[in-house]
Design a protein around this ligand. Sequence first.
Ligand SMILES: Cc1ncc(COP(=O)(O)O)c(C=O)c1O
Length: 372
Amino acid sequence: MNPEYVLKDPSQVNSPSLLFYKSLIARNIKAMVERVGSPARLRPHVKTHKTRQIVQMEREAGITKQKCATIAEAEMLAQCHVADIMLSYPMVGPNCERFANLVKKYPLSRISVIADSATGIQQLSNALGKAHVAVDVLLDINVGQNRTGVSVGPKARELYEMLDRLPGLRPGGFHVYDGHNHQHPLEERKAAVEKLLEPVLAMRTTFVKAGLPVLRMVVGGTPTFPVFATMEIAGGECSPGTCVLNDFNYGQWFQDLNEFTPAALLLTRVISRPAANRVTFDLGYKAVASDPPAGKRCTMLDMPDAVAVLHNEEHLVIETPDAERFQPGDVAYAMPAHVCPTCALHQFAYVVEDGKVVDQWEIASRNRMLTV
Ligand SMILES: Cc1ncc(COP(=O)(O)O)c(C=O)c1O
Protein backbone atom coordinates (compact mmCIF):
# COMPACT_ATOMS: atom_id res chain seq x y z
CA MET A 1 0.00 0.00 0.00
CA ASN A 2 1.13 3.54 -0.72
CA PRO A 3 2.60 4.60 2.67
CA GLU A 4 0.93 8.02 2.24
CA TYR A 5 -2.42 6.31 2.87
CA VAL A 6 -1.63 4.99 6.33
CA LEU A 7 -2.85 6.91 9.37
CA LYS A 8 -0.29 7.11 12.17
CA ASP A 9 -3.02 6.95 14.78
CA PRO A 10 -6.45 5.87 13.55
CA SER A 11 -7.78 5.32 17.08
CA GLN A 12 -10.10 8.36 17.01
CA VAL A 13 -11.29 7.86 13.44
CA ASN A 14 -14.79 6.42 13.22
CA SER A 15 -15.53 3.63 10.84
CA PRO A 16 -16.68 3.27 8.21
CA SER A 17 -15.45 6.64 7.04
CA LEU A 18 -14.30 8.48 3.98
CA LEU A 19 -10.70 9.75 3.91
CA PHE A 20 -9.54 12.56 1.62
CA TYR A 21 -5.76 12.88 1.08
CA LYS A 22 -5.25 16.58 0.58
CA SER A 23 -1.83 16.57 -1.04
CA LEU A 24 -2.91 13.85 -3.49
CA ILE A 25 -6.01 15.89 -4.40
CA ALA A 26 -3.75 18.92 -4.98
CA ARG A 27 -1.49 16.77 -7.15
CA ASN A 28 -4.46 15.54 -9.22
CA ILE A 29 -5.75 19.10 -9.73
CA LYS A 30 -2.28 20.16 -10.87
CA ALA A 31 -2.07 17.18 -13.24
CA MET A 32 -5.49 18.05 -14.66
CA VAL A 33 -4.41 21.63 -15.40
CA GLU A 34 -1.11 20.44 -16.88
CA ARG A 35 -2.85 17.98 -19.21
CA VAL A 36 -5.03 20.67 -20.75
CA GLY A 37 -2.44 23.44 -20.66
CA SER A 38 -4.48 26.17 -18.98
CA PRO A 39 -7.16 26.35 -16.29
CA ALA A 40 -9.22 28.49 -18.70
CA ARG A 41 -9.88 25.35 -20.76
CA LEU A 42 -11.22 23.41 -17.77
CA ARG A 43 -14.67 23.02 -16.30
CA PRO A 44 -14.33 20.14 -13.81
CA HIS A 45 -17.46 18.30 -12.73
CA VAL A 46 -18.16 18.81 -9.01
CA LYS A 47 -20.32 15.70 -8.69
CA THR A 48 -17.27 13.59 -7.86
CA HIS A 49 -16.61 15.22 -4.47
CA LYS A 50 -19.52 17.67 -3.80
CA THR A 51 -17.19 19.50 -1.42
CA ARG A 52 -16.65 23.23 -0.95
CA GLN A 53 -13.01 22.91 0.08
CA ILE A 54 -12.06 21.07 -3.11
CA VAL A 55 -13.81 23.76 -5.17
CA GLN A 56 -11.61 26.23 -3.30
CA MET A 57 -8.46 24.19 -4.06
CA GLU A 58 -9.44 24.22 -7.74
CA ARG A 59 -9.97 27.95 -7.58
CA GLU A 60 -6.49 28.38 -6.12
CA ALA A 61 -5.23 26.47 -9.18
CA GLY A 62 -6.87 29.11 -11.39
CA ILE A 63 -10.07 27.23 -12.26
CA THR A 64 -13.05 29.60 -12.46
CA LYS A 65 -15.62 27.38 -14.21
CA GLN A 66 -17.42 24.38 -12.80
CA LYS A 67 -19.91 21.83 -14.06
CA CYS A 68 -22.57 20.18 -11.90
CA ALA A 69 -25.49 17.78 -12.15
CA THR A 70 -27.95 18.95 -9.49
CA ILE A 71 -29.46 22.23 -8.36
CA ALA A 72 -27.96 21.65 -4.91
CA GLU A 73 -24.46 21.29 -6.41
CA ALA A 74 -25.05 24.47 -8.43
CA GLU A 75 -26.11 26.31 -5.28
CA MET A 76 -23.06 25.09 -3.36
CA LEU A 77 -20.85 26.36 -6.19
CA ALA A 78 -22.63 29.73 -6.14
CA GLN A 79 -22.14 29.92 -2.37
CA CYS A 80 -18.42 29.31 -3.06
CA HIS A 81 -18.51 32.36 -5.39
CA VAL A 82 -17.66 30.31 -8.48
CA ALA A 83 -17.85 32.76 -11.38
CA ASP A 84 -19.21 30.39 -14.04
CA ILE A 85 -21.46 27.44 -13.21
CA MET A 86 -22.99 25.07 -15.72
CA LEU A 87 -25.79 22.74 -14.69
CA SER A 88 -25.41 19.83 -17.09
CA TYR A 89 -28.85 18.40 -16.50
CA PRO A 90 -32.07 19.07 -18.41
CA MET A 91 -34.62 21.04 -16.35
CA VAL A 92 -38.26 19.93 -16.49
CA GLY A 93 -41.35 20.46 -14.32
CA PRO A 94 -40.89 22.26 -10.99
CA ASN A 95 -37.10 22.15 -11.37
CA CYS A 96 -37.47 24.96 -13.92
CA GLU A 97 -38.83 27.27 -11.24
CA ARG A 98 -36.17 26.14 -8.75
CA PHE A 99 -33.53 26.86 -11.36
CA ALA A 100 -34.99 30.33 -11.98
CA ASN A 101 -34.93 30.98 -8.22
CA LEU A 102 -31.28 29.90 -8.12
CA VAL A 103 -30.32 32.26 -10.95
CA LYS A 104 -32.17 35.10 -9.24
CA LYS A 105 -30.66 34.42 -5.83
CA TYR A 106 -27.02 34.31 -7.03
CA PRO A 107 -26.61 37.13 -9.57
CA LEU A 108 -22.82 37.24 -9.11
CA SER A 109 -22.36 33.80 -10.70
CA ARG A 110 -22.95 33.26 -14.39
CA ILE A 111 -25.19 30.18 -14.32
CA SER A 112 -26.01 28.20 -17.47
CA VAL A 113 -27.89 24.98 -18.11
CA ILE A 114 -28.37 22.35 -20.82
CA ALA A 115 -31.54 21.37 -22.68
CA ASP A 116 -32.53 18.75 -25.25
CA SER A 117 -36.30 18.91 -25.75
CA ALA A 118 -38.89 21.41 -26.93
CA THR A 119 -40.98 20.80 -23.80
CA GLY A 120 -38.04 21.36 -21.46
CA ILE A 121 -36.98 24.49 -23.33
CA GLN A 122 -40.50 25.93 -23.25
CA GLN A 123 -40.91 25.22 -19.52
CA LEU A 124 -37.51 26.74 -18.79
CA SER A 125 -38.34 29.85 -20.79
CA ASN A 126 -41.65 30.24 -18.96
CA ALA A 127 -39.97 30.02 -15.54
CA LEU A 128 -37.02 32.29 -16.40
CA GLY A 129 -39.25 34.82 -18.17
CA LYS A 130 -41.52 34.98 -15.12
CA ALA A 131 -38.47 35.58 -12.91
CA HIS A 132 -37.14 38.26 -15.31
CA VAL A 133 -33.76 36.59 -15.69
CA ALA A 134 -31.95 35.21 -18.72
CA VAL A 135 -29.33 32.46 -19.03
CA ASP A 136 -27.19 30.70 -21.61
CA VAL A 137 -28.60 27.31 -22.52
CA LEU A 138 -26.27 24.77 -24.11
CA LEU A 139 -27.85 22.30 -26.49
CA ASP A 140 -27.15 18.80 -25.19
CA ILE A 141 -25.96 16.73 -28.15
CA ASN A 142 -26.36 12.95 -28.08
CA VAL A 143 -23.04 11.67 -29.39
CA GLY A 144 -23.66 7.99 -28.73
CA GLN A 145 -24.28 7.40 -25.04
CA ASN A 146 -28.04 7.56 -25.69
CA ARG A 147 -28.67 8.89 -22.18
CA THR A 148 -29.79 12.44 -22.94
CA GLY A 149 -29.31 14.82 -25.83
CA VAL A 150 -30.53 15.38 -29.33
CA SER A 151 -28.72 13.85 -32.31
CA VAL A 152 -27.02 16.02 -34.90
CA GLY A 153 -29.68 16.93 -37.48
CA PRO A 154 -32.74 19.10 -38.18
CA LYS A 155 -34.25 18.59 -34.71
CA ALA A 156 -31.09 20.01 -33.14
CA ARG A 157 -31.40 23.07 -35.37
CA GLU A 158 -35.07 23.59 -34.38
CA LEU A 159 -34.20 23.43 -30.69
CA TYR A 160 -31.25 25.78 -31.06
CA GLU A 161 -33.49 28.27 -32.87
CA MET A 162 -35.94 28.03 -29.95
CA LEU A 163 -33.08 29.00 -27.62
CA ASP A 164 -32.49 32.03 -29.83
CA ARG A 165 -36.15 33.03 -29.90
CA LEU A 166 -37.71 32.41 -26.50
CA PRO A 167 -37.58 34.85 -23.57
CA GLY A 168 -35.13 34.14 -20.77
CA LEU A 169 -32.86 31.99 -22.96
CA ARG A 170 -29.74 32.56 -25.02
CA PRO A 171 -28.12 29.96 -27.29
CA GLY A 172 -25.07 29.08 -25.21
CA GLY A 173 -23.22 26.50 -27.30
CA PHE A 174 -23.06 22.71 -27.29
CA HIS A 175 -22.75 20.15 -24.50
CA VAL A 176 -20.95 17.09 -25.85
CA TYR A 177 -20.61 14.35 -23.23
CA ASP A 178 -19.40 10.92 -24.35
CA GLY A 179 -19.77 8.83 -21.19
CA HIS A 180 -19.92 5.64 -23.29
CA ASN A 181 -16.31 5.99 -24.45
CA HIS A 182 -14.56 3.69 -21.99
CA GLN A 183 -12.29 1.89 -24.47
CA HIS A 184 -9.18 0.92 -22.57
CA PRO A 185 -6.53 1.64 -25.22
CA LEU A 186 -6.06 5.37 -25.68
CA GLU A 187 -5.90 4.99 -29.47
CA GLU A 188 -9.44 3.59 -29.52
CA ARG A 189 -10.78 6.44 -27.40
CA LYS A 190 -9.03 8.89 -29.72
CA ALA A 191 -10.60 7.34 -32.83
CA ALA A 192 -14.05 7.37 -31.20
CA VAL A 193 -13.74 11.05 -30.28
CA GLU A 194 -12.61 12.06 -33.76
CA LYS A 195 -15.58 10.19 -35.24
CA LEU A 196 -18.18 11.73 -32.93
CA LEU A 197 -16.78 15.22 -33.23
CA GLU A 198 -16.82 15.57 -37.00
CA PRO A 199 -20.62 15.88 -37.48
CA VAL A 200 -20.90 18.09 -34.38
CA LEU A 201 -18.33 20.54 -35.75
CA ALA A 202 -20.00 20.49 -39.18
CA MET A 203 -23.34 21.34 -37.55
CA ARG A 204 -21.68 24.10 -35.59
CA THR A 205 -20.44 25.64 -38.85
CA THR A 206 -23.91 25.61 -40.41
CA PHE A 207 -25.42 27.20 -37.27
CA VAL A 208 -22.82 29.95 -37.23
CA LYS A 209 -23.37 30.63 -40.94
CA ALA A 210 -27.09 30.98 -40.20
CA GLY A 211 -26.32 33.61 -37.54
CA LEU A 212 -26.75 31.31 -34.53
CA PRO A 213 -23.76 31.77 -32.22
CA VAL A 214 -22.07 28.65 -30.82
CA LEU A 215 -19.48 30.18 -28.59
CA ARG A 216 -18.81 27.26 -26.26
CA MET A 217 -18.44 23.50 -26.49
CA VAL A 218 -18.20 21.63 -23.19
CA VAL A 219 -16.74 18.22 -23.91
CA GLY A 220 -16.03 14.84 -22.34
CA GLY A 221 -15.36 13.29 -18.95
CA THR A 222 -12.18 11.73 -17.57
CA PRO A 223 -11.66 8.82 -20.03
CA THR A 224 -11.58 11.05 -23.12
CA PHE A 225 -9.99 14.00 -21.31
CA PRO A 226 -6.50 13.13 -22.67
CA VAL A 227 -7.95 13.22 -26.19
CA PHE A 228 -10.02 16.41 -25.96
CA ALA A 229 -7.23 18.11 -23.98
CA THR A 230 -4.97 18.05 -27.03
CA MET A 231 -7.61 19.37 -29.46
CA GLU A 232 -7.99 22.97 -30.52
CA ILE A 233 -11.75 23.40 -30.40
CA ALA A 234 -12.93 27.03 -30.44
CA GLY A 235 -14.54 27.80 -27.08
CA GLY A 236 -13.73 24.24 -25.98
CA GLU A 237 -13.87 23.37 -22.28
CA CYS A 238 -12.97 19.93 -20.88
CA SER A 239 -15.15 18.63 -18.08
CA PRO A 240 -13.56 15.67 -16.31
CA GLY A 241 -14.81 14.92 -12.81
CA THR A 242 -13.49 11.65 -11.45
CA CYS A 243 -9.77 12.32 -11.95
CA VAL A 244 -9.71 14.84 -9.08
CA LEU A 245 -10.20 11.97 -6.62
CA ASN A 246 -9.69 9.07 -9.01
CA ASP A 247 -10.62 5.52 -8.11
CA PHE A 248 -9.80 1.88 -8.58
CA ASN A 249 -11.77 1.34 -11.78
CA TYR A 250 -10.42 4.30 -13.73
CA GLY A 251 -6.92 3.48 -12.47
CA GLN A 252 -7.26 -0.07 -13.81
CA TRP A 253 -8.92 0.75 -17.09
CA PHE A 254 -7.01 3.80 -18.27
CA GLN A 255 -3.27 3.28 -17.90
CA ASP A 256 -2.63 6.49 -19.85
CA LEU A 257 -4.17 8.45 -16.95
CA ASN A 258 -1.72 7.16 -14.39
CA GLU A 259 -0.61 10.62 -13.30
CA PHE A 260 -3.89 10.70 -11.36
CA THR A 261 -3.58 8.98 -7.97
CA PRO A 262 -6.54 7.68 -5.99
CA ALA A 263 -6.99 10.39 -3.34
CA ALA A 264 -10.02 9.07 -1.45
CA LEU A 265 -10.18 5.84 0.52
CA LEU A 266 -12.46 4.23 3.06
CA LEU A 267 -11.32 3.40 6.53
CA THR A 268 -13.01 0.26 7.81
CA ARG A 269 -12.62 -2.11 10.77
CA VAL A 270 -12.95 -5.80 11.25
CA ILE A 271 -16.16 -6.34 13.22
CA SER A 272 -16.34 -10.14 13.19
CA ARG A 273 -14.58 -13.39 12.26
CA PRO A 274 -17.63 -15.57 11.62
CA ALA A 275 -15.75 -18.54 10.08
CA ALA A 276 -12.17 -19.76 9.78
CA ASN A 277 -11.54 -18.19 6.38
CA ARG A 278 -13.88 -15.19 6.73
CA VAL A 279 -13.39 -11.61 7.87
CA THR A 280 -16.29 -9.18 8.17
CA PHE A 281 -15.76 -5.43 7.83
CA ASP A 282 -18.09 -2.52 8.62
CA LEU A 283 -18.13 -1.53 4.95
CA GLY A 284 -21.58 -2.26 3.59
CA TYR A 285 -23.02 -0.73 0.47
CA LYS A 286 -24.29 2.19 2.53
CA ALA A 287 -20.62 3.19 2.83
CA VAL A 288 -19.21 2.23 -0.57
CA ALA A 289 -21.04 2.63 -3.87
CA SER A 290 -22.83 -0.47 -5.12
CA ASP A 291 -23.18 0.39 -8.80
CA PRO A 292 -20.21 -1.84 -9.69
CA PRO A 293 -21.09 -5.55 -9.56
CA ALA A 294 -21.03 -7.34 -6.18
CA GLY A 295 -17.51 -8.53 -5.40
CA LYS A 296 -16.00 -5.61 -7.32
CA ARG A 297 -17.13 -2.58 -5.35
CA CYS A 298 -13.85 -1.90 -3.58
CA THR A 299 -10.35 -3.26 -3.23
CA MET A 300 -9.03 -4.05 0.22
CA LEU A 301 -5.50 -2.68 0.27
CA ASP A 302 -2.73 -5.08 1.27
CA MET A 303 -5.07 -8.07 0.96
CA PRO A 304 -4.27 -9.45 -2.48
CA ASP A 305 -6.01 -12.78 -1.79
CA ALA A 306 -9.24 -11.30 -0.43
CA VAL A 307 -12.42 -12.26 -2.26
CA ALA A 308 -15.60 -10.36 -1.40
CA VAL A 309 -18.27 -13.01 -0.90
CA LEU A 310 -21.15 -11.15 0.74
CA HIS A 311 -22.07 -7.48 0.69
CA ASN A 312 -24.99 -6.22 2.76
CA GLU A 313 -26.13 -2.77 3.81
CA GLU A 314 -23.57 -2.47 6.62
CA HIS A 315 -21.39 -5.57 6.18
CA LEU A 316 -18.66 -6.63 3.79
CA VAL A 317 -17.57 -10.24 4.17
CA ILE A 318 -14.36 -11.38 2.55
CA GLU A 319 -12.72 -14.76 2.33
CA THR A 320 -8.96 -15.03 2.51
CA PRO A 321 -6.51 -17.82 3.32
CA ASP A 322 -4.93 -15.17 5.54
CA ALA A 323 -8.01 -14.66 7.74
CA GLU A 324 -6.13 -15.78 10.85
CA ARG A 325 -4.18 -12.56 11.00
CA PHE A 326 -7.31 -10.39 11.47
CA GLN A 327 -8.98 -9.59 14.78
CA PRO A 328 -12.10 -7.53 15.52
CA GLY A 329 -11.09 -3.88 15.79
CA ASP A 330 -8.28 -4.10 13.21
CA VAL A 331 -8.17 -1.19 10.79
CA ALA A 332 -8.09 -1.68 7.03
CA TYR A 333 -8.19 0.63 4.02
CA ALA A 334 -10.38 0.10 0.97
CA MET A 335 -10.19 1.82 -2.39
CA PRO A 336 -13.64 2.40 -3.90
CA ALA A 337 -14.23 1.11 -7.41
CA HIS A 338 -16.42 4.16 -8.12
CA VAL A 339 -15.58 7.15 -5.98
CA CYS A 340 -18.33 9.62 -6.99
CA PRO A 341 -21.38 7.81 -5.57
CA THR A 342 -19.20 6.65 -2.66
CA CYS A 343 -18.59 10.26 -1.55
CA ALA A 344 -22.31 10.95 -1.70
CA LEU A 345 -22.88 8.26 0.94
CA HIS A 346 -20.85 10.17 3.55
CA GLN A 347 -21.74 13.29 5.55
CA PHE A 348 -18.11 14.32 5.70
CA ALA A 349 -14.60 13.18 4.86
CA TYR A 350 -11.68 13.11 7.24
CA VAL A 351 -8.88 15.11 5.65
CA VAL A 352 -5.47 13.49 5.94
CA GLU A 353 -2.08 15.17 5.67
CA ASP A 354 1.24 13.52 6.55
CA GLY A 355 -0.52 10.55 8.09
CA LYS A 356 -2.65 12.70 10.40
CA VAL A 357 -6.30 13.73 10.33
CA VAL A 358 -6.17 17.52 10.10
CA ASP A 359 -9.77 18.44 9.28
CA GLN A 360 -13.25 17.25 8.36
CA TRP A 361 -14.87 18.43 5.15
CA GLU A 362 -18.61 18.29 4.71
CA ILE A 363 -19.84 16.59 1.53
CA ALA A 364 -22.12 19.60 1.34
CA SER A 365 -24.10 18.99 -1.81
CA ARG A 366 -24.88 15.33 -1.15
CA ASN A 367 -28.14 16.81 0.08
CA ARG A 368 -30.69 17.18 -2.68
CA MET A 369 -31.68 20.65 -1.54
CA LEU A 370 -29.73 23.44 0.15
CA THR A 371 -31.91 26.56 0.25
CA VAL A 372 -33.42 26.81 -3.21
C1 LIG B 1 -22.38 15.24 -18.12
C2 LIG B 1 -21.11 14.77 -17.49
N1 LIG B 1 -19.99 15.46 -17.68
C3 LIG B 1 -18.81 15.08 -17.13
C4 LIG B 1 -18.73 13.96 -16.34
C5 LIG B 1 -17.41 13.57 -15.73
O1 LIG B 1 -17.01 12.33 -16.17
P1 LIG B 1 -15.95 11.46 -15.35
O2 LIG B 1 -16.65 10.96 -14.15
O3 LIG B 1 -15.58 10.38 -16.31
O4 LIG B 1 -14.83 12.34 -15.03
C6 LIG B 1 -19.90 13.19 -16.12
C7 LIG B 1 -19.85 11.99 -15.30
O5 LIG B 1 -20.79 11.34 -14.99
C8 LIG B 1 -21.12 13.61 -16.70
O6 LIG B 1 -22.26 12.94 -16.51
